[in-house]
Design a protein around this ligand. Structure first.
Ligand code: PLP
Length: 415
């Protein structure tokens, strides 16, 4: 038996036979998902408090179902007796194209060639690296990603046979992934970059100049941009710009090199629907479609009908936004903003603490609160620093009263 290298993500080591080693090494590099790590962290610790537990660990909106869901679903039940196409019904793709045009002021989005339905954005963010990376390239291609990050980007890069490169998002960079800190040699070998705006977990939002700079770098160095815009409708003050909008404003044709992903999980508080969108460069969409015709991540037709209704209605989105904003306000009214800031986007608060794991355990034990240590959402960089350590992430997904109670309890935590 041999040991393979410890996981760069969580440090775990596994014994494997030599024969299995090659097969397992890629998967082992993935390490444990943050929520698995959290379970291990809490094991043996008892939530002593008799308080009602608050789960602010996962980013799962728990707001009322939009009113049209039940009626639309029941009107389309017969769709369960048909195989759905992986690309999504043309009706859904047209609705998505219309939404993109209206939301970002785009001149034209072609539903047939520039839009796909996703079975939740998670699978699409993962699979896209497999469609765009050549693992047989002479030199391992680089996939760049923010750090901390939504962990799927890292899993995608590793399993696609690419070299993950982490762009630290720290207070010093205003939580932006610092493009200017990337060496020229890395840009030259970059195949793909993931951007997340608004960002999970930091709440940072890319502005027009940031996207424009990135597009220039993409042209110069011949790489693709995947912009994860799942939190686009959740913002404190200014509506976030999107990559496609910036690309068009710069006069680029056909959104070249760009793909965006967005989701009904956050804007419509429908995470159980597993429905999202992929849109952009028709060539990239065609390549992705080819891969997806084999992997087959199709959303059932009745759910596609509900998805079309959800992309067509902004009333419930505005209502949800009001709840998220009121939750942020309720939280910071009690927690205070000294040493931290109200996140510009998303529903997460990213709070500095002395030691993130100890703080999370203490919050669980003393206050029946589940939050994620920031270091679980980031990887150690070449400098040996994990930019997530010293932070915790809490999701404000249960409305303002719960957010206020969460703030009270977090303030009361003693480490
Ligand atoms: C940044 C980010 N991207 C994508 C997703 C995936 O969302 P879904 O698969 O529900 O569309 C999430 C979910 O938490 C997320 O935080």
């Amino acid at each position: 038996m041999e040991q393979i290298d410890p996981c760069s993500w969580c440090g775990s080591v596994q014994q494997v036979s030599q024969r299995d080693q090659l097969n397992q090494v890629r998967l082992e590099k993935l390490g444990a998902y943050p929520f698995e790590r959290l379970k291990s962290l809490f094991s043996g610790h008892i939530s002593k408090s008799d308080l009602v537990p608050i789960d602010a660990g996962a980013g799962e909106p728990r707001l009322p179902l939009p009113s049209f869901v039940a009626d639309t679903l029941s009107a389309h039940l017969s769709g369960f007796s048909k195989y759905p196409s992986t690309v999504g019904s043309l009706e859904l793709r047209q609705t998505i194209a219309d939404w993109l045009q209206q939301r970002y002021g785009l001149q034209y989005v072609d539903a047939a060639t520039q839009v796909l339905s996703a079975n939740g954005t998670r699978e699409a963010l993962f699979a896209i690296a497999h469609a765009l990376i050549n693992p047989e390239a002479d030199k391992k291609p680089c996939v760049l990603m923010p750090n901390p990050m939504y962990q799927i980007y890292l899993g995608a890069a590793l399993t696609a046979g690419a070299e993950p490169v982490f762009l630290p998002c720290t207070e010093t960079s205003g939580f932006a992934p610092d493009l200017d800190a990337v060496p020229k040699s890395v840009w030259a070998n970059t195949a793909l970059i993931y951007v997340c705006s608004p960002s999970n977990p930091t709440g940072w939002i890319a502005d027009k100049d940031y996207f424009a700079h990135l597009l220039a770098l993409a042209d110069e160095n011949d790489f693709f941009i995947v912009s994860d815009e799942c939190y686009s409708e959740i913002y404190w003050q200014n509506k976030p710009v999107g990559l496609l909008e910036v690309a068009e404003s710069l006069g680029r044709e056909g959104f070249s090199r760009c793909l965006v992903m967005n989701s009904l999980s956050k804007r419509s508080a429908l995470p159980g629907m597993r429905s999202g969108l992929i849109a952009g460069d028709a060539d990239l969409i065609a390549r992705f479609t080819k891969l997806r015709s084999y992997t087959g991540p199709a959303t059932p037709l009745p759910l596609q009908a509900v998805a079309a209704a959800a992309w067509s209605d902004e009333t419930h989105v505005q209502q949800n936004l009001d709840v998220y904003r009121n939750s942020l306000k309720a939280f910071f009214d009690i927690y205070g903003i000294e040493g931290t800031t109200i996140p510009p986007g998303s529903f997460f608060v990213w709070l500095p603490v002395a030691h993130d794991e100890d703080f999370s355990v203490a919050a669980y034990e003393q206050q029946a609160v589940t939050i994620l240590p920031g270091s679980y959402l980031a990887a150690e960089g070449d400098d040996g620093i994990n930019p997530g350590s010293g932070y915790i992430r809490a999701a404000l997904v249960d409305g303002p009263d719960c957010a206020a109670e969460l703030a009270r309890r977090l303030r009361a935590v003693r480490v």
